[in-house]
Design a binder for this molecule. Structure first.
Ligand code: DPZ
Length: 373
C-alpha cells in the first residue's frame, strides 16, 4: 500500500502503454475503464459486482452529488466512499461539463459558472476553487480541474477562448488543491479540433507539473477520426511518466484505437446506459435485445462467458424483460456490458504486456464483424 500517488509504466507496445497507478486506496491497472457512478451508484449494479468484474476505480459526478445529497452532507456522513460503500479509488469530474449539458440558466465567465439546478431550480455558482472544495468534501481520490468544454463544430476563436480560460482555471484549481499526499488533481487538455490549440493546452498544463492529464473536449459529436487525430497531437505533448485520461470515451472500438494512440484511462456511460436500453456488447459485436428476432432464441449471449448475466439467461428472456420494461432487463444487460468492457480491458493489458497489441486489436475487431452468432 502506498501513501502517495504514483504512476509506473510497466510495458509499451508502439504507443500503447501498460501501467499502474498506485494510491492509498488501491492500485489501478492501466489501461483502465472506469464505470460511471453518477449519483453515487453505478446504475442497476451492486458495487460488489462492479468490483468482481475487475473495476479498480469508479467515477463520481460532482454536478449531481453537489445538488443531491450535497457535498457538505456527504462530508458529514463520512465522505463518498463510506456513503456508497466503495473503498477503492474514486475519480470525480469537476461538474462543469454537466452544468453545461444538464442545467438551465447557465452563465459562464472568468469567475466560474452560475446555473440553476435541474433538481429544484435553486441558483448555484461554481468557481474553480468551489469545484475543488466540493471534490475535497466528497473525499475524492482523483479530482478534475474545472474547465470549459466547447461542443464541436465550433468557431476557432471560441475554441481558443475556452481553452485559454481553462488553462487559467487549471492554475486556480492547482492552487486550491494544494498538497494532498495520496490524492491527485488532473488538468484537462482542451483545444477542440485545432491541433495548434491542443498542443498549446497540453504544453501549458505540462508546465504546471500535475499528477495526471485528461484529454477533454472530445467525444462531443466529432467523428472518431477527428478524435484520434487530436490524440496524435495531444499525447506526444504530455509527459510520458504521467497517466492520460480520455474523458467520456467510449465504444469498445474507440477504446481499442485510443489505447493505440497512448491513452491510459477511460470513462463512459455507454455500457450501463445502453444496457438499460436493451443493447448488449459481446465478443461478436452488439446485439439489440429489443429486436423481435430474439423472441424465441434460447441461446445465452455467450455460453463461454464467466458472467452469469451473459452465460445463464436466454436471449428470449432478455428480450421479454426489455420489451416489458422490467428492471431486471437493465440490470442483466448492465452486468453483461460492464463484464464485457472489463474483459476487453484485461485483454488489452495482457496484449500490451506480451507485445502483441496490434494483433489483439485486429482479432477483436474481426470478431465483432461475426455479428450475432
Ligand atoms: N466528453 C467529455 C466528457 C466529460 N465528462 C468532460 C468533462 O467532465 N470535462 N471536460 C470535458 O471536456 C469533458 C468531455
Amino acid at each position: 500500500m502506498t501513501e502517495t500517488f504514483q504512476f509506473k509504466l510497466l510495458a509499451t507496445d508502439g504507443k500503447a502503454r501498460r501501467g499502474e497507478v498506485s494510491m492509498p486506496r488501491g492500485t489501478i491497472r492501466t489501461p483502465a475503464f472506469m464505470p460511471v457512478g453518477t449519483v453515487g451508484t453505478v446504475k442497476a449494479m451492486y458495487l460488489d459486482q462492479v468490483r468482481e468484474l475487475g473495476a479498480d476505480i469508479i467515477l463520481g459526478n460532482t454536478y449531481h452529488l453537489m445538488l443531491r445529497p450535497g457535498a457538505e452532507r456527504v462530508a458529514r456522513l463520512g465522505g463518498l466512499h463510506n456513503f456508497i460503500r466503495w473503498d477503492r479509488p474514486i475519480l470525480t469530474d469537476s461538474g462543469g461539463f454537466q452544468v453545461m449539458s444538464l442545467s438551465s440558466l447557465r452563465k459562464l465567465n472568468e469567475q466560474g459558472v452560475t446555473f440553476k439546478s435541474h433538481v429544484d431550480g435553486a441558483l448555484y455558482h461554481m468557481s474553480p476553487e468551489r469545484s475543488i472544495e466540493i471534490q475535497g468534501l466528497l473525499d475524492s481520490d482523483i479530482q478534475m480541474q474545472l474547465d470549459e468544454c466547447v461542443a464541436l463544430p465550433a468557431e476557432p476563436n471560441e475554441i481558443e477562448r475556452a481553452m485559454e480560460m481553462s488553462l487559467r482555471w487549471a492554475e486556480r484549481c492547482k492552487a486550491a488543491f494544494g498538497d494532498q499526499p495520496g490524492k491527485a488533481m488532473f488538468g484537462i487538455v482542451q483545444g477542440g479540433d485545432i491541433p495548434k490549440l491542443r498542443e498549446r493546452s497540453a504544453l501549458a498544463l505540462r508546465d504546471l507539473d500535475l499528477k495526471g492529464y485528461a484529454v477533454g473536449g472530445l467525444a462531443v459529436g466529432e467523428p472518431q477520426e477527428v478524435m484520434l487525430d487530436m490524440l496524435d497531437v495531444t499525447c506526444p505533448a504530455l509527459p510520458a511518466e504521467k497517466p492520460r485520461y480520455l474523458m467520456g470515451v467510449g465504444t469498445p472500438d474507440d477504446i481499442l484505437k485510443s489505447v493505440a494512440h497512448g491513452i491510459d484511462m477511460f470513462d463512459c456511460v455507454m455500457p450501463t446506459r445502453s444496457g438499460r436500453h436493451g443493447l448488449a456488447f459481446t465478443r461478436y459485436g452488439r446485439i439489440n435485445l429489443r429486436n423481435a428476432r430474439h423472441a424465441e432464441d434460447t441461446r445465452p449471449l455467450d455460453e463461454q462467458s464467466t458472467c452469469p448475466a451473459t452465460r445463464d439467461y436466454s436471449r428470449a428472456y432478455l428480450h421479454h424483460l426489455i420489451r416489458s420494461n422490467e428492471s431486471l432487463g437493465g440490470m442483466l444487460l448492465s452486468w453483461n456490458n460492464l463484464a464485457y468492457y472489463q474483459e476487453l480491458m484485461a485483454g488489452i493489458r495482457k496484449a500490451i504486456e506480451e507485445g502483441r497489441y496490434a494483433d489483439f486489436m485486429a482479432e477483436t475487431q474481426e470478431n465483432w464483424k461475426r455479428g450475432d452468432l
